[in-house]
Design a binder for this molecule. Sequence first.
Ligand SMILES: C[S@@+](CC[C@H](N)C(=O)[O-])C[C@H]1O[C@@H](n2cnc3c(N)ncnc32)[C@H](O)[C@@H]1O
Length: 209
Amino acid sequence: MNEFIVRARAAAVDADSFLAQIGQGQGVEYLSDILRHALFVSQGHREDVTVSLVLEKSQDFSRVVSVSGDCLGSLDNIHEMAMLEAIAGALREAAKLSKHETCTDSRGISVTAKSFEQRVRESAEAGTVFLLDPDGEDIRSKEVSGELSEAVFVMTDHTPMPKNTFKSMQRQGVRKVSLGPRMLHTAQCVSILLNELDRLRNNPPLLND
Ligand SMILES: C[S@@+](CC[C@H](N)C(=O)[O-])C[C@H]1O[C@@H](n2cnc3c(N)ncnc32)[C@H](O)[C@@H]1O
């Protein structure tokens, strides 16, 4: 199982405000791209991948919207608007959540009222977490490739991560990992990373390679 935690600093947690952001240069459209690249393959979906989008524009708490590949039988459509409406539907049901409370809608999309920092901390306590960054260790290095299979990957959408975020993550054991020298879109990173994982699972490195 792998998880992508994507920080979306400008995305609204209020369902109507979220829908109103579409096409307004706030980048919420990227979120549907991320879901599609992470969860779907040709004629199927990835049951072992979860995407957690952390929407931070809120009057109360951030919302972590989690979609798992194993619940995707219930999504009617995967075009951009359908994905964004599915997120908005889950947010609507999560409007009154108290801090750290979770609700799950009829499609299986769960929403938790929790901060990005708390969500990453919990993952780092439970296992291996990498922050995607072009300046990190190469994804194909021996030091990294052995730890990818159950890892959690942290990214931002189009909005840069605040400068001091990595320092606190580093104290929790989070490491930076790079997919190459070019700054890519988040959804592109997801596809490349999943392809690396597919190849590793198909052809694991020999122990003394
Ligand atoms: C669209 S980029 C963010 C761009 C943003 N404007 C910035 O300057 O930070 C989204 C995410 O993908 C990650 N990313 C992009 N290219 C990458 C690469 N070559 N290797 C690792 N992570 C990458 C970034 O680090 C970031 O978390």
